[in-house]
Design a protein around this ligand. Sequence first.
Ligand code: FMN
Length: 374
Amino acid sequence: METQQKPLPSRVNQFSANKLKLGLFGSNCSSGRAATRVPERWGASWDDNLKLAQMADDAGMDLMLPIGRWKGYGGDTNFEGTTLETVTWACGLLAQTKQINVFCTVHAPLVHPVYAAKQFVTVDHVSRGRFGVNIVCGWNQDEFDMFGVEQREHDDRYAYGAEWLAAIKAMWEREGVFDFDGQFIKLKGVEADPKPYGGTRPLIMNAGASPAGRAFSTQSCDVLFRPLKSLESGAEEVRDTIAEAASHGREIGVYCNGYVVCRPTKKEAEEYHRYYSDEMADWDAVDHLIAINKINSESYSQEYFKAFRQRFAAGHGGMPLVGTPDEIADTLAKVSEAGFAGICFSFVNYLDEFPYFRDEVLPRLERMGLRTKR
Ligand SMILES: Cc1cc2nc3c(=O)[nH]c(=O)nc-3n(C[C@H](O)[C@H](O)[C@H](O)COP(=O)(O)O)c2cc1C
């Protein structure tokens, strides 16, 4: 079912000039990815998102990636309870930026594929080919209850996702009127014009880490976005994922996720990390997040939850990038050495903290040959 169309070389992908792609993750949600009660936590207003996207664009960042989330995680802050819908969020940001790629994060079972294909093509034209699609197949039944939708069995979610994507790719590629007759999706007399921008198609990402999630990614997606348990296990997972994609005659980039606390001294960085993600953590929200992960997701092991509860407060379980600019640049170099094509990360307050990262970490990565000069 692989598409004939290829992503544009200028879209963020394996062929772009930056060896390690960098993305900002989660700014469409209140508190971003930090379940914390600190007063400076992220509000996720539209104005702040726009300022951030324009700042990231000027800094040469590769992408912005939103979280697809419909319901808060509770706790004192109702963590991620205020969210901007991701396709319209991306469209607004793309209309007011120049180079950066902006993704949506869409739950395949909640959006009809004919509607989704048309929406994606529209944003792709608005952005002149800078739009990407992160497909999630669903995990939290509480969100699905809002839609009155019962989730399928775990692996069937990916079977549905694969068919949903095949239907969308058919609408992006096929000329004239056609029928689509799948196991789950049956479409009659479909017409879909225009096609995506420039005779290519948006990059497709998936964030499912289980074997079924990985199989979906290696067979149908350009990027697998996954949790990073350790650099050693990450390197092995990257190798296995790339080999699995190659066995289907495909290429794939593997990204991981993290969170950044970058300060002039290690002591300052560690102190702020401890303050916001321990002393001021929103533990009820964290424990709820972990509880539903345990039920619905195969991405993290039980040991991981036990060992890294604080990581879920600090950055949704992502990899800590906590330290001085030198330390963070060194860790990012190791992420690249492990074979990752990119990493998407969050800050407690993106607008307050990104400028220091931009001014201190990006030039170091350029000197290390991991990024091209802006
Ligand atoms: C880095 C990362 C980002 C994710 N982002 C989202 C998201 O924005 N919205 C969502 O509903 N699920 C998101 N998920 C959940 C996954 O899509 C998936 O449903 C969950 O991790 C369960 O994985 P599994 O199906 O492979 O067991 C994310 C997962 C990871 C690891």
